[in-house]
Design a protein around this ligand. Structure first.
Ligand code: PEP
Ligand code: MN
Length: 269
């Protein structure tokens, strides 16, 4: 656990909000980032972008370089996927975020996206973190599935030491013992980050649960403990998705989720 002096240093050294084009993460707004797990084709990303925008999403997500457990699973469209994501973002006035997995691709990905994602599996890829630190793009730093809070913050330090302090943390679940959910979301960590640092922090209920029906309730829970936003996977036909089919919401479900998270908490009386 970080002691009080270390914690204070984190607060002093970190910007209060991170600006992604016209969107501030860590300001007054709860920012919703949405889009497919993977960019698959033009129709898929275009229709998803238009629909999530209409529902209220502020940033478009979509994977082009996919960290798949098996090398025989769909690996993403690479640069072609980035081009499609950029077109979809532009057509719908949405900033875009996408993952980079290799330090060799950082400049290429940074050329396309408005925010660079470091995936959970690469949270301690120190060469990648250092390279990202040299860019001036906002960064979405996901928590490693087995990382302590201190290790997560140290990963952020690698990026900051390069001169890039535009970092948003993302709690996406850690490895627990229960196989019913994909991961175990650590909402205490979200509250801890808010209480002890100035980093904006968002939650990813899609990867954390792996179960479509749990995305909306867990998104609400994340916001209740102070998350500055959520990142949610949305696909026109989740059952046909080339990755993470079980956890993606269709357009109607995503629209319903937005209504849910906007609705006030039930009164206690
Ligand atoms: C993703 O957001 O596309 C992703 C692969 O998530 P994570 O790194 O959290 O598993
Ligand atoms: Mn996914």
């Amino acid at each position: 656990m970080l002691d009080a002096i270390e914690t204070k240093k984190i607060k002093e050294n970190t910007a209060a909000g991170v600006q992604v084009c016209d969107v501030t993460i860590g300001g007054t707004e709860t920012v919703v980032i949405a889009g497919p797990c993977s960019v698959e084709n033009r129709d898929q990303i275009m229709s998803t972008a238009a629909s999530v925008k209409e529902s209220g999403a502020r940033i478009l997500r979509g994977g082009a370089y996919k960290p798949r457990t098996s090398p025989r699973s769909f690996q993403g469209l690479g640069e072609k996927g980035l081009k499609l994501l950029k077109d979809a973002g532009k057509s719908n006035a949405l900033p875009i975020v996408s993952e980079v997995m290799s330090e060799d691709d950082v400049e290429l990905v940074a050329d396309y996206v408005d925010m660079i994602q470091i995936g959970a599996r690469n949270m301690q890829n120190f060469a990648l973190l250092k390279k990202i630190g040299q860019t001036r793009k906002p960064v979405l730093l996901k928590r490693g599935p087995a990382a302590t809070i201190k290790e997560w913050l140290s990963a952020a330090d690698y990026i900051r030491d390069g001169g890039n302090d535009q970092i948003v943390l993302c709690e996406r679940g850690i490895r627990g013992f229960d196989p019913y959910l994909r991961y175990t979301i650590d909402l205490g960590a979200v509250a801890w980050i808010k209480a002890n640092t100035d980093f904006p922090v968002i939650v990813d209920p899609s990867h954390a649960t792996g179960i479509r029906e749990l995305v909306s309730p867990v998104a609400k829970a994340g916001i209740a403990v102070g998350a500055d936003g959520v990142i949610v996977e949305v696909h026109p036909k989740p059952a046909d998705a080339l990755s993470d089919a079980e956890q993606q919401l269709n357009f109607e479900e995503f629209n319903g989720m937005i209504a849910e998270i906007e609705s006030p908490l039930p009164s206690i009386a």
